[in-house]
Every structure is written in C-alpha cells, then in structure tokens.
Design a protein around this ligand. Structure first.
Ligand code: GUN
Length: 300
C-alpha cells in the first residue's frame, strides 16, 4: 500500500480563502475588521520568522495586524501592561504572545493575563478547562489544524482508536481532548510509555508530536492508518553538502507511507495549517465578541 499524501499547503490555502471571504463580508455588512495583535519579546531568529509570516498572512486575508516587538530586557510588568491595553482595545480581537519568552518572564502568568475570549492560541487556563469539559473554547491552532485534516479524511471519527504520541500542553494534550470530543478512543503515549511501538500499531489515527526526528517507523503503523506528523526537526544532511540541513518530521516518511492509508509530509503537512488556524481563531473570536454567527468549518 502507498498512502495518500495529505497536502497541508493546499488545505491551509483553502482555509485562508474561507477566512478571507468571511472577513470581506464582515467588513462590508458590519463595518467590522477582525484584528490580531502579536507580541514578540527579544530577538529569537525562529520567532522573528514566525511573527513576520503571521503578520503577512493576517493582512492578506483582510484582517488588521498589530505587531509589538519588544526588547529582550522588557520587564514582566511592562509586558503585562501591554496585555492589559490590548485586552481593552476594541480593535483587537485576538492576542498572541510568541513563545518562548525570555527566562526572566513567567510565561504562565503572561498567558493567563490575556482575556480568554482573545486568547487565539487557546493556552489560557480557562480555555484549557473549557476544552476539557466540552464547552465552547478557543482551541490551540496546531491541534485544530490536525483535527480539520482528520475530519476531512474521515466522515466520522467516532469509535476510532487514536494514539497521540506526545503530551505537551500545546499539542499532545489538546489534541487528545479534541479527539475525545469526536468520540475517539484516545491513548496518550510518551517517552515513558512501555511498548510504544505496539501501542502505536493499534492506532487507526496516529498523531506524532514528540519532537524526535523520524521516531515512528513503518513497523509502528497499522496498515491503512491515518498518520499526522506534527514534528518539525532540523537534522544534518551531509549528502546535500558540508554544513547543510534538512527538515524531517517525527515520522519516518518513506517506511510509514508504505503502510499508512494517508500521511502528512514534512514540510508541507501540518506546518502550514497552524497560521491558517490562527487566522480562523481570530475570525471566530471577532464573531463571538460581536454576537455574529461563527464561521462554519473553521472551529472545532
Ligand atoms: N512558539 C512556537 N509555537 C507557538 C505557538 O503555537 N504559539 C505561540 N504563541 N508561540 C509559539
């Protein structure tokens, strides 16, 4: 068997088109422009790239983008102050504080200062609790993107065996909650799980989010399973020349694609979905704040 390749780039483009259409309607019918504020503290190069991409894509779908780039030595009090202002700003419907933050800042305190209704990352403890209890929440972007791909692939996830490899607050735990909400039988496996290959082999749906390059090999995959690879790992690629690198997922692609029914590649799978879902969340937050119907197909 050779798996179908799930094209995350094309999928994300369709989400952005849907968001853009919705934004255009909101602007003309309600004179309302959804706004996203992104806060970056410090000079981390990877974070700078993410923030630039977020800003570009936000304006491309017709939303307002507010970027706050603060120096590395910004105090926690200054950052909390900015968040208070953004919480009060009626033009800002979504707030994202880029992680990681410098070590002198308490990230939990900062995240929990964001108004939960504007927490488009879905990291605030209120949103974590709302998701876990099946209430209306803001849902973390990467797991939301994975869920959208899975719902697109399967008419009904009910009763499927889902294994989430990884237990992070950003991906593993919220992913498990979303799959549970869609009535999957969910197992969270992690670095201490015994017989992890055996656990994975039972999965109709396997979501790998451990951050270990190519950890999942084809012999871990149930024939016909849907494999979602959240990992983005940069590994040395001497075959491309001295000092060169390449990106791989947490799944060994070739061996797994030979067994799976469908699989996401790296790059071009889950990666592009994250910012698309951030835009979808910002639109959802704006609709909720203004008592408008939520966009169909763009929420959990
Ligand atoms: N840094 C890496 N991924 C993320 C994310 O999804 N949200 C935020 N805020 N920071 C990140």
């Amino acid at each position: 068997m050779t798996a179908d390749i799930i094209d995350g780039k094309a999928f994300a483009a369709r989400i952005r088109d849907k968001v853009a259409e919705h934004v255009a309607r909101m602007r003309s019918a309600h004179d309302l422009t959804p706004g996203l504020a992104v806060v970056l503290v410090g000079e981390d190069p990877a974070s700078q790239v993410y923030v630039r991409n977020k800003g570009t894509q936000t304006t491309e779908v017709g939303m307002a983008s507010f970027e706050h780039r603060l120096p590395e030595d910004t105090s926690q009090a200054e950052l909390l102050n900015l968040l208070d202002r953004l919480n009060d700003d009626t033009e800002v419907h979504g707030i994202l504080v880029q992680l990681p933050l410098p070590s002198h800042i308490d990230a939990d305190l900062v995240i929990n200062r964001i108004n939960p209704a504007k927490d488009v990352d879905g990291f605030h403890i209120s949103n974590v609790g709302l998701l876990a209890t099946g209430q209306k929440a803001m849902v973390p972007c990467t797991p939301l993107g994975c869920l959208m791909m899975l719902r697109d692939r399967h008419d009904n996830l009910s009763g499927m065996n889902a294994v989430v490899l990884g237990r992070s607050n950003i991906v593993g735990k919220p992913m498990a909650q979303l799959l549970l909400r869609d009535s999957c039988t969910v197992t969270i496996a992690h670095s201490r799980t015994r017989d992890v290959a055996e656990v994975c082999r039972r999965a109709d749906i396997l979501v790998a989010a451990v951050g270990r390059p190519e950890m999942v090999t084809g012999d871990w995959v149930k024939p016909g399973a849907t494999v979602i690879d959240v990992g983005i790992n940069r590994i040395p690629a001497p075959e491309r020349g001295a000092g060169k690198h390449r990106l791989v997922g947490d799944v060994h692609f070739e061996s797994s694609a030979a067994v799976a029914g469908a699989i996401t590649p790296v790059p071009g799978g889950v990666g592009p979905m994250t910012i698309a879902c951030l835009l979808a969340n910002t639109l959802t937050a704006c609709c909720r704040a203004n008592g408008l119907p939520e966009p169909e197909g763009l929420t959990a």
